[in-house]
Design a protein around this ligand. Structure first.
Ligand code: DQA
Length: 140
């Protein structure tokens, strides 16, 4: 199976950004352990701080890959364009968030991704990504 993790803005700062919320592991450190743990699947990672680049990547992989694990970060709450891209493709998308966005500010309760996602996993720290990958491996 071919699965890609797509990370949105500021997630390149994991490990040094608001570590009380997002933890002290960098995404690269985490991704390396996940790649070796799920050696039987092809795992890719893409990160961008730019909305259009995220849309381009979703379009590029969205008709051939088996799964997209999408943390659109702040764009989750603002981007009709990313929401429309998720709707346009055929590859299933699992929306993930590191933090429990519902226990935070009101503006984080809204998601343009959720209505078109296969499912949503949030609040489990970086483990949220792993749970999403596992859903693609064991699910249909
Ligand atoms: C986040 C939650 C968003 O509200 C926030 O803007 C982020 C990260 C998360 O993974 O918890 O950048 O998507």
């Amino acid at each position: 199976k071919k699965i890609i993790i797509i990370n949105g803005p500021n997630l390149n700062l994991l490990g040094k950004r608001e570590t009380n919320i997002y933890g002290s592991l960098t995404f690269t450190e985490f991704f390396d352990t996940v790649v070796s743990k799920y050696a039987n699947v092809t795992l890719e990672h893409f990160q961008s701080n730019i909305e259009g680049e995220l849309i381009d990547k979703i379009q590029e992989v969205g008709f051939t890959y088996d799964g997209i694990v999408l943390n659109a970060a702040a764009y989750t709450h603002t981007s009709v364009g990313i929401g429309d891209a998720v709707k346009a493709i055929t590859t299933p998308v699992v929306e993930v968030h590191i933090s429990n966005t519902f226990s935070r500010e009101e503006f984080r309760h809204q998601s343009y991704i959720s209505p078109n996602a296969k499912g949503v996993i949030l609040g489990f720290g970086l483990q949220s990504y792993e749970l999403a990958i596992e859903s693609f491996i064991s699910g249909s």
